[in-house]
Design a protein around this ligand. Sequence first.
Ligand SMILES: [Zn+2]
Ligand SMILES: [Zn+2]
Ligand SMILES: [Zn+2]
Length: 363
Amino acid sequence: MSQETLGYVKLEWTCPRCGGRNPGTEKSCLSCGALQPQDVQFEQTEGAQASQDEALKAVAEAGPDIHCPFCGTRNPATATVCSQCGGDLKEGARREAGKVVGAYKTGPAKQVPCPNCGSMNPETALRCAQCGASMARQPQAPAAPAAAPIAAKPGWVTYAILAVVILCVLAGAAFMISRLTAREEFTGVVQNVAWQTSVAIQELGPVQHRDWEDQIPQEAQIGDCSDQVRSVQNSEPVGQNYNKICGTPYTVDTGSGVGKVVQDCQFEVLAPYCEYTLQEWRVVSQAVESGNNFSPVFAQPQLAGNQRLGEQNTSYVIIFQTDQGQYEYSVNSLEEFQQFQPDSRWILILNGFNQIVGLEPAR
Ligand SMILES: [Zn+2]
Ligand SMILES: [Zn+2]
Ligand SMILES: [Zn+2]
């Protein structure tokens, strides 16, 4: 995130002794003269407008004020001796800085009634223009409590269900293993053999794609393009189109009585994203042949001018007859296939799922 400064606002503090409201830049209460204690925080004045005023900026940028270690008086960041008692400020405590005092609200200041005489004053006023009484702080809308997800504690029912599920999974796994490792042997006779070949027919034609303009192959035909977000970065992009996305402005306590109004921004870098067309080979059909001998052949289809042959595949299946019925077995090579002459006898090794897992010639 890049942080942007929108301006500076005077903060305020409330006197703990008399309740009077005071501008942030005042070190002592305008109503009763009490010093601002170190633990009394600055607050945002509702409706106060951010300004580019150089004097305010200088106060804010000087850094947090220092409280005198001897008399407690607030002194500006640049002071070395206390304006009140002349004490050395080297050991003084700096005010906290960097805390967010609230979201910054723009717009015209609301009018609120004086608690003493009832005359209307802007909400930014600390004192009534009519009678001089301290204006009460407007009650802050309580922050909506974050909806805390109510994490239900797993009860015994949950554990019981979990236990049953685990038992079922274990039982299932044990069953599978016993079936896969079970072995049974039968004698079978080769009743038939079958092969099937296929050859893909490919066709050259236009295929639609989409990509960033600078990723598109040169030979492509480019169609419609539109700017889309390609990346998000914290610094302002140079020489590229971008969207600037900023969060809600907020006010930060600088420890000086002047708040800094800032917002966090990011930059969405835009780039043209385009449709394009390429001429590509695609499979449009398969030419299939089959037979029941040991001489598989491939189909030789008639090709159009924009067609060619693609990948070839062959499958070999042997069908055995046993006392328990028929069994099928697949092999991968012609060499293996050719061993299974019709009427030859074999010992079939089966697993618990009645699948052939091994074969031996029978004597
Ligand atoms: Zn006071
Ligand atoms: Zn002092
Ligand atoms: Zn009044």
